[in-house]
Design a protein around this ligand. Structure first.
Ligand code: 13P
Length: 340
């Protein structure tokens, strides 16, 4: 199966009311972990790369690894998504390379740090939507700013300082025509999201419910949605790591979001924690070892295990064979004739 548009994956998720994990990658082992997890659980999946990931891999490598994934796992619908595109140029280069979905994060200016005005956000997002839809590529926008900094991208603001305004969300979707909308509800990128188990004072799930009521047909996206499991923190700390106590987004809150319009859930940190813990453990227990494969294999297994758990809890498991891929050229026609 060739890469499919993220729109198709989310349309299908909408029909059956489940969520789809969007997992970040930086190398071959992570792509393998995700594809093996998708195969084992029969899940459609979104694989995403940030700008830093594209530059770390040199994105030609990344693209061809993804081509290998589609060849080796023809039964799995998979979209390749640009995470946090900072400008129309970044999104264009992703589309030119063959990404089937892009995020334009106009909530921040092109420096990827400074919170932008609403009008700026509408303007750059609309520009990307026009260009991407002509080629059948999906577009995710963001309104409101997340806390934390991910891969160099983020204002590092207090997560509760720039939450998405539900009324503005309606105007934003109407004026931009995005396929999916990332909303800010108090989550942050990275490992330090919450300094205590989150409650409604710091994780505003009601805001999602409110936005979904006003935009029932818009696919909502939860960023910063790693759950940061204590078991994974403990492995890292047991083998020489120094993570401070921290809490992520509980799975049951994500499931509540899925009942209220969340279709895409971004997860990066949990994969990093799983792999780092496995590598620390292996090298501590085998100090004589220097073969990369000896520690990358358990790292890949550890990430696969987390991804399987996420695929099952988000509900995407079992849905890989529900549909045949729609070519991007057909998606482009559907956008242009107003069907989408
Ligand atoms: P986490 O840091 O919670 O995994 O979030 C990743 C993310 O939102 C990528 O855009």
């Amino acid at each position: 199966m060739s890469l499919v548009s993220m729109r198709q994956i989310l349309d299908e998720a909408f029909k059956d009311g489940y969520g789809v994990g969007a997992f970040n990658v930086n190398n071959m082992e992570q792509i393998q972990a995700i594809m093996e997890a998708a195969k084992e659980t029969k899940s459609p999946v979104i694989i995403q790369a940030s700008r830093r990931a594209r530059s770390y891999t040199n994105d030609r490598f990344l693209y061809h690894l993804m081509m290998a994934a589609t060849e080796l796992y023809p039964e799995i619908p998979v979209a390749l998504h640009q995470d946090h595109g900072n400008s129309p140029e970044t999104c264009k280069s992703a589309v030119d390379m063959g990404f089937t979905s892009v995020m334009i994060d106009g909530s921040l200016e092109a420096d990827g740090k400074t919170p932008a005005s609403f009008e700026y956000n509408v303007r750059v997002t609309r520009e990307v939507v026009e260009k991407a839809h002509e080629r059948g590529v999906t577009v995710e926008g963001e309104l409101g700013c997340l806390g934390g900094i991910e891969d160099g991208h983020g204002a590092g603001v207090d997560a509760m300082a720039h939450l998405t305004d539900p009324d503005q969300a309606v105007e934003f979707v109407k004026r931009t025509g995005v396929d999916a909308l990332a909303v800010a509800i108090g989550t942050s990128h990275g490992v330090y999201k919450f300094s205590r188990k989150p409650d409604s004072a710091i994780l505003d799930m009601d805001r999602i419910i409110e936005i979904h009521k006003r935009l029932p047909k818009t696919y909502l996206v939860m960023h910063g949605s790693s759950s940061v499991p204590k078991e994974l923190q403990d492995i890292i700390n047991a083998y020489g790591g120094k993570l401070k106590p921290t809490w992520g987004v509980p799975i049951k809150e994500i499931q509540l979001g899925i009942q209220h319009g969340v279709r895409k859930i971004n997860v990066d940190t949990d994969s990093r924690l799983a792999m780092t813990g496995a590598i620390r453990k292996y090298l501590t227990e085998h100090p004589e070892e220097f073969d990369l494969r000896s520690y990358l294999k358990p790292a890949r297994e550890a990430m696969k295990k987390v991804i399987i758990e996420r695929m099952r809890s988000f509900g995407q498991a079992g849905h890989a064979s529900d549909y045949d891929p729609i070519p991007l050229s057909v998606m482009a026609q559907r956008y242009s004739n107003g069907e989408l």
